[in-house]
Design a protein around this ligand. Sequence first.
Ligand SMILES: Cc1ncc(COP(=O)(O)O)c(C=O)c1O
Length: 370
Amino acid sequence: MSDATAPDPIDRLIRKAAASPRVIGLGGGLPSEKQFPRKELAAAFVAALKRQGSPALQYGWPEGQEPLRVWIARRLRERGATVAADDVIITNGAQQAIALAAGLALRKGAPIAVEDASYPAALDLFRSRRLRLTSLSEGRAAYLMPAVNNPSGMALSSAARATLLARRVPLIEDDAYADLNFAGRESRPFLADAPDRTYHVGTMSKTLCPGLRVGWLVVPHSRRQRAVKTKQDVDLQANSLAQAVVDHYLSNHDFDARLRVLRRFYQRRAARLSEAVHKTLPNWTFDFPAGGFCLWIQTDAAVDEKRFLERAVAEGVSFDLGSTFLRHHDRREPNRLRLSFSYEDPTKFTEGVRRLARAWRWAVKSARAR
Ligand SMILES: Cc1ncc(COP(=O)(O)O)c(C=O)c1O
């Protein structure tokens, strides 16, 4: 196996940790399995398959099925954007929407502004497209999560929002967690204020389930044809069956009621994990998130984060390396890390954080001994 294809040792470690029932999972940021509406989705599946003409099993148009696009457009209008169903393109998850948007908005080598802490799979995508990551005050385009940032769980400040609007650059707005802000506030998307240069990205992954891979993209009118053609070039269309299942589910259930349940559920979990961290690792600091799945932790020492993760997994707990979220990472600065409260059973949080604290004490000691 060549170096280029050799598995990354951290990736191997993360996979091993995820597969081990003795490892308490505070990494990964997966949604809770408890909240997947399995029975309802099973019924939606059967109903979609039984429909006359079998549209769920047939080819569809590259922009996706109309009923779903109608639903997405209506929800965006409720948040202040002027969007018609024809403006929406259904994608294979938000990740594909980000990739399409980056291809449309930026040339190779162009600078793209990102928040100080940002979503690693988008950063990886931009780096592999040879885009240059810059701070929000620079760049000829920006990628942001203005409603709820991953990893911080915070909304973009109104000052940063105003500055970005005034700079009139193309904006890739990733709204993946927007519906999971704990206060249930319907935030106004950039799409509402700058429709001529916003590439708006959404997904059902966080609020329904990621396995169906249903996301969407709204692009400026002038780029729509190009966006649909690019999508078609890559995969013809998003999965017909998944779209039909989601459409049937949404037509037969109160999605807003579901969101209210999810917000309370994740907020309670956030409070439980916060309490455990404050108690056991009082020198670590973080802001209580406004939404999302995670705590974005600032530690009080600089250690080798990979060795810390290895030790943590050996102790029986996982977390996400802070460096993967950072545009710019300085090893001499105290480490950052992301802890997820979304996936693991909260009765394991106290023990998980105790294990983390043991690994942290070891990592700090070995950093001092060097
Ligand atoms: C901020 C953000 N954007 C996009 C995605 C990708 O979502 P999808 O499953 O819809 O591709 C994720 C998944 O973790 C995410 O955290």
